[in-house]
Design a binder for this molecule. Structure first.
Ligand code: SF4
Length: 252
């Protein structure tokens, strides 16, 4: 059963109100674009990209928020002011890993108090006691780990953190959700089956399989077999629209 969470700004406790006044989050970029992935693909949205991640995927397409985190610290007021200027009803908090930051809770409260539709894009390794309009969870399969030879420390840290069953169960209980698996090889789908059976609480109509890659030709080849596989299993196929629309470009 979905837990009801009061998201009114007035419901914030003293600690959260203090955070709101003093907190600063490292932000890599804030921009307006079109959501290119998942159930809300095609929706004009404001994107707030936090910098910093507890994982190090070998194919990370935002290394400026993980391997080499960049950005400047901004207060919640500054972030909200910037988002309001973009004049979008939909806001996507993405990263990096936005759930790393305590400040994301009062930020979400503030945005929802302004009647904005809030999506959080997360790898699902951390849970927070709050509700959003769409929790977009992209669990990282074993093939996402960085090279053990080049990054032995991060290989171990990544594998220790990437699979957190209780965090995912908690996230899907709090909010409407989608679970988006990035698929590189056919074998990855067997791992998806294992994850879903283990979680035992996921609606297959909210499971999306998305091809891994940033090269159009490579993606087109994967699209063919992945779309067929989704049909067989009752999952949704999630093309990487934003690569076709914009290429691998920051701020899109
Ligand atoms: S979880 Fe996302 S931001 Fe973090 S390393 Fe993986 S792809 Fe990059």
């Amino acid at each position: 059963m979905r837990r009801s969470v009061n998201h009114s700004f007035e419901s914030l406790n003293r600690y959260q109100l203090k955070l709101l006044a003093t907190a600063r989050v490292q932000i890599a970029e804030i921009y307006q674009s079109i959501q290119g992935e998942g159930l809300l693909a095609g929706t004009p949205s404001a994107f707030v990209r936090t910098s910093g991640c507890n994982l190090r995927c070998r194919w990370c397409d935002t290394p400026f928020t993980s391997w080499n985190p960049t950005g400047i610290e901004q207060s919640i007021e500054m972030i909200v002011d910037r988002v309001r200027l973009l004049a979008c009803r939909h806001v996507v908090l993405t990263g990096g890993e936005p759930l790393l930051f305590d400040e994301v809770v009062p930020l979400v409260h503030k945005l929802r108090d302004l009647s904005m539709h809030v999506t959080i894009e997360t790898a699902g390794t951390i849970s927070r006691d709050m509700q959003v309009d769409l929790m977009s969870i992209s669990p990282k399969l074993s093939g996402s780990a960085p090279s053990i030879d080049e990054h032995p420390l991060w290989y171990a840290r990544h594998n220790a953190a990437r699979h957190n069953k209780s965090a995912i169960v908690d996230l899907v209980r709090h909010s409407p959700y989608q679970i988006k698996f990035v698929i590189d090889h056919l074998n990855d789908v067997t791992e998806v089956d294992f994850w879903l059976a283990d979680l035992n609480c996921i609606d297959s109509r909210r499971v999306l399989l998305m091809p891994q890659g940033t090269d159009q030709i490579d993606l087109q080849e994967k699209d063919l077999w992945l779309a067929e596989l989704c049909t067989e299993r009752g999952f949704l196929f999630a093309p990487r629209h934003h690569i076709a629309w914009f290429g691998l470009t920051r701020g899109t």
